[in-house]
Design a binder for this molecule. Sequence first.
Ligand code: PLP
Length: 365
Amino acid sequence: MKPCFEDLYGNPSSLHRVGQDARAAIERAREQVAALVSARAVEVTFTSGGTEADHLALIGAAWARRDRGMRVAYTAVEHHAVHGAALVLAEQGFEIEHLPVGRDGWVDPAEIDRLPHDTTVVAVMLANNETGVLQPVAEVARRAHARGMLLHCDAVQAAGKVPVDCGALGIDYLALSAHKLGGPKGAGALVVRAGAPLSPLFRGSGHERGRRGGTENLPGIVGLGAAADCAAHDLGEESDRLLAFRDRLEAGIANVSPDAVIHGRGAPRLPNTVNVSFPGARSDHLLMALDARGVAVSAGAACASGAVEPSPVLTAMGVPRELAVCSIRMSMGRTTTEDEVSRVVHTLAESLAVARAVSTSGVGR
Ligand code: PLP
């Protein structure tokens, strides 16, 4: 990305040499992103990240198909970005359907057959951001198309961790985000299958083939392209490496706390994510105890002003509230080492003891 700040100062829309140098960098990144997900470069539209890509897909497709119906559907475990886009549509009079998931966080593709006939767009994510559970997207796409519906797939968490092939999945739209691939924050892309309808959200100029007005974020786009290239390069080995770490982490968890519950364990999952509840240790208390020992995890539950709310994803999976408020998410990536995994397992017993003591004493309740 560094040359973008130093030498590639031209506007990619300008016809002079410095502008065209910037354009060439963008087009190279477009090829790199397309290659990661087996799409064609012309199908890639750059955005400011996953949230914008989800909005562009859901709202842009729903607007484009407005004459056929005013209804969209999405799974109960989608990311907030999809919920947010659906909210915009609801404010405009669209009807919203929620597809339920089972105990392992999986959506049954047959749910598509039960949707009202005027549903125009369905959103089903590839991998869940809290549990890592992988959805049966190809079968969902097949059923959606059989009913004349378009399918949007949020692949923000999956891309770069497991193989993603737009053609094999049969999706119409696919959202990506650079910072989940090791790239910069504030850059992403929406892959739009050739021929899939899309009404742009940002209009005015003809950037991105008229799909997204606004001068391109050159450093971000170049960073996304480079990250996609790195991820594509060693996807298989990296995925195997992380899977071995995940197995080790889960074995360590079972050893330290046999009553721990790993969410989505029965479903296919990403190799880098473990979402686990430790009964009796509230998420925020365990997060702080681990943080004090140099381990950064996410709380599966949202905490505001001392109160803990269970994650809607776990709630949709039928996880009881008392267990859901005790869930944390551990994520690993390219920079994670074997030694770090061992350290986490080693630290866990002490952190759990501290967290359970705080949770039972009522501190922070
Ligand atoms: N979708 C999923 C599944 C995500 O995990 C995220 C971010 O965490 C997003 C969308 C939003 O992406 P961004 O942060 O680039 O807007």
